[in-house]
Ligand binder design. Structure first.
Ligand SMILES: [Zn+2]
Length: 315
């Protein structure tokens, strides 16, 4: 598969913590950012197959929205074990946001990749979830992928944060009570953009929405048969929901596009109460509480970048 590589600017964790503390203060009433040891992510509520998000960090953007709209391109299917080799990190722990593997499932869905890919030493572990719409009542159906399926597929588009899955130092962000207009991820991303300008910084990790509700979407099980040519048409096609904390989110964000037609932020989430989807923003600013663990990525890999592009459907 064709890919491009780029080296991110990688500030120290101490510097990033200071920058994010200041930036988040403009948008949240109560903010505490510090450098800590990554909590054991095999524990609840994360239940990841690895303990941490440290070691050889990378961001990969695979495919893109132009493979989904205006009309789906069903040739665009991927395997995360192969993606891990493509980013020079076989055995990588990968998390993020993408489209579910319709090639296996037989329908379209929101995908929450949480995968330890295959290596010489370890068999692969698929801890991913997917969310689709219940045909009976239009509600959310969240399922663990490995319950019925044994492949490591994804499709169309994916924003991924990869690492060796090791324990180590990470940036802890606690933010409570939203006072500004920006969602949690956009606030962090714009803070980095303001600070680092034309030196792009990429970050990923995980955060929990501990209290409150979020606005989310889930794509329909069927791809649109008529072309979706505007954000308005896309929004009519998507199904929107308010979903309840606690939610485990898988954010990937980049301060500025160095010219690879990137989606600058993309966050999917799962839960242990049957809700999951694509995060837009919290709808309960007065009570919302976020707790997150993040690291900067060293490298960007742009894999199978669409040749023809557009700006529809990037929210
Ligand atoms: Zn999404």
């Amino acid at each position: 598969m064709a890919h491009s590589e780029f080296s991110f600017h990688v500030p120290s964790l101490e510097e990033l913590a200071e920058v994010m503390q200041k930036g988040l203060k403009d948008n949240f009433a109560d903010v505490q950012v510090s450098v800590v040891d990554c909590p054991d992510l095999t524990k609840e509520p994360f239940t990841f197959p690895v303990k941490g998000i440290c070691g050889k960090t990378r961001i990969a953007e695979v495919g893109g929205v132009p493979y989904l709209i205006p009309l789906v391109n069903k040739k665009k299917v991927y395997d995360l074990n192969i993606i891990a080799k493509e980013i020079n990190l076989p055995g990588a722990f990968i998390l993020g946001a993408g489209a579910g593997p319709f090639q296996t499932l037989g329908f379209n869905s929101e995908f929450m990749p949480v995968i330890q890919t295959e290596s010489e030493h370890n068999p692969p572990v698929n801890g991913s979830y997917f969310a689709h719409i219940n045909p009976a009542d239009g509600g959310c159906l969240l399922q663990k992928y490995s319950q019925k399926h044994h492949d490591f597929g994804c499709a169309l588009l994916a924003n991924l944060f990869a690492s060796e899955g090791q324990p180590g130092k990470v940036i802890e962000v606690k933010a409570k009570r939203r006072t500004g207009q920006l969602n949690f991820v956009t606030c962090m991303r714009q803070t980095l953009e303001k600070q680092y300008g034309d030196k792009p910084v990429g970050m990923g990790g995980t955060f929990i929405v501990q209290k409150g509700k979020v606005k989310a979407h889930i794509m329909p099980a069927e791809f649109s048969s008529c072309p979706l040519n505007s954000d308005e048409e896309v929004n009519k096609w998507l199904h929107f929901y308010e979903m309840n904390a606690p939610l485990v989110c898988l954010p990937v964000f980049i301060s500025r596009d160095p010219g690879f037609d990137l989606r600058l932020e993309h966050t999917h989430f799962f839960s242990h109460h049957g809700e999951g989807g694509h995060y837009h923003y919290d709808t309960t600013p007065d009570i919302v509480e976020y707790l997150g663990y993040f690291l900067p990525a060293e490298f960007l890999y742009r894999i199978d970048q669409p040749r023809e592009t557009h700006s529809v459907g990037r929210d």
